[in-house]
Design a protein around this ligand. Structure first.
Ligand SMILES: [Fe+2]
Ligand SMILES: [Fe+2]
Length: 154
């Protein structure tokens, strides 16, 4: 399947989890804790798989190179915010405000991947290659998620 279809499928899942977290109050400790842990794990695997499979391809081509670099920079910002959220208590009044900031950046980032970056990449690369990359991405994402889950249990 086209790599951008695979990516979009996961973005939709992240949005669903974020929508569950956003309206919670400070009393919803379990919902916040569990949903955020799930989001962090899945998003981390997604970012790593994008950096392994998609970013090197974007960097091959002059027309998409900057987009590849931008993806990594935005992942770094999201990673930092997730670490801050994790170190903060979920019933702290700052937590949900920080989560909203994180969510706004995540939405902008996923939107860019689904639209501008997907469009430009489709112009520059053959469909066959994007389909092959989709299969690679799916396999890599599953592998990394499994590793992260194992690491968490250790
Ligand atoms: Fe990304
Ligand atoms: Fe993505």
């Amino acid at each position: 399947m086209d790599i951008f279809k695979e990516i979009k499928k996961e973005h939709d899942e992240f949005k669903k989890i974020a929508e569950k977290i956003s309206p919670t109050s400070e009393r919803a400790i379990k919902t916040r804790t569990d949903s955020f842990a799930k989001l962090k794990l899945e998003l981390t695997a997604h970012h790593e798989a994008e950096e392994e499979v998609l970013v090197p391809v974007l960097k091959e081509n002059k027309a998409t190179r900057q987009m590849g670099i931008e993806i990594v920079e935005e992942h770094n910002i999201l990673k930092k915010l997730m670490e801050e959220l994790e170190s903060l208590s979920v019933d702290d009044e700052t937590w949900i405000v920080k989560f909203k900031v994180f969510n706004e950046i995540m939405e902008k980032h996923t939107d860019e991947e689904e639209h501008e970056i997907s469009k430009k990449t489709h112009e520059e690369f053959e469909q066959k290659r994007l389909d092959e990359l989709g299969d690679l991405f799916e396999a890599e994402d599953k592998k990394i998620e499994k590793q992260l889950k194992q690491k968490k249990q250790e």
